[in-house]
Design a protein around this ligand. Structure first.
Ligand SMILES: Cc1cn([C@H]2C[C@H](O)[C@@H](COP(=O)(O)OP(=O)(O)OP(=O)(O)O)O2)c(=O)[nH]c1=O
Length: 205
């Protein structure tokens, strides 16, 4: 990674941080800074799930750039800044399922996912302040049948509360997943292949 390029991950997700770090294996000088870019994540009336998730990834990247620039030192003003944002949603039929607002909501979501196939959509956006590149990755996930007791025991672990669709495929929630068709890393929050492509296009890797 050129010394004059600073990569920022506009995310507070520890999973995205881990996945992005894994992409730097071929560059000893690969590094990035993570900062939380809080945006309004409300769905707009009439917006398709695909447009919604891409918009949020773009807005996170743009908000991250604004935040970074606001705190940048004179030295860092001389370098190129690239900011990466990402967003994940679960889509069941025509319903968008984000993170649960509370345990009752998690129970409702997991009951709906039980025994059914849903889509996980993850978008990634990277910007240098002038251009913005995006990728959208859609993955099909089939859940096994869950009893209410299974769901309540899962909710009691606390795992669902910060995750889209109220589950984490990378942890206990993985035991509900019968099969997936698509990108595992995208379900976890950052599609590795597509993110690597974007970083290559921006000359980071
Ligand atoms: C479906 C699924 C989602 N998730 C996570 C990925 C995302 O972190 C989260 C969805 O919320 P997001 O709003 O996409 O991200 P976030 O709020 O966690 O982080 P950021 O600061 O980048 O906005 O759900 C899993 O960890 N495992 C899964 O199996």
């Amino acid at each position: 990674m050129a010394n004059s390029t600073q990569l920022i991950l506009a995310s507070s997700s520890p999973r995205r941080k881990e996945l992005l770090a894994q992409l730097g294996f071929s560059r000893a000088d690969f590094n990035f800074t993570a900062l939380a870019a809080d945006i309004d994540e409300n769905h707009q009336f009439g917006e398709s799930p695909k447009d919604f998730v891409v918009r949020l990834a773009v807005e996170k990247a743009q908000a991250g750039l604004v935040l970074f620039n606001a705190s940048a030192s004179v030295e860092s003003e001389l370098s190129t800044v690239l900011v990466l944002g990402s967003d994940t949603i679960v889509v069941l039929g025509d319903k968008i399922l984000g993170k649960p607002v509370d345990e009752t909501d998690a129970l409702k979501t997991l009951s709906e996912l039980s025994g059914h196939m849903h889509w996980v959509m993850t978008a990634v956006a990277i910007t240098d302040g002038e251009k913005i590149l995006t990728r959208l990755v859609e993955t099909q996930v089939q859940f096994c049948e869950l009893s209410e007791a299974d769901i309540l025991a899962y909710i009691a672990t606390g795992e669902p509360m910060d995750k889209a669709g109220s589950y984490g495929i990378q942890a206990l929630g993985g035991s509900f997943v019968e099969r997936i068709e698509g990108s595992y890393s995208a379900v976890v929050g950052l599609p590795m292949v597509e993110t690597r492509e974007l970083l290559r296009e921006m000359n980071v890797l």
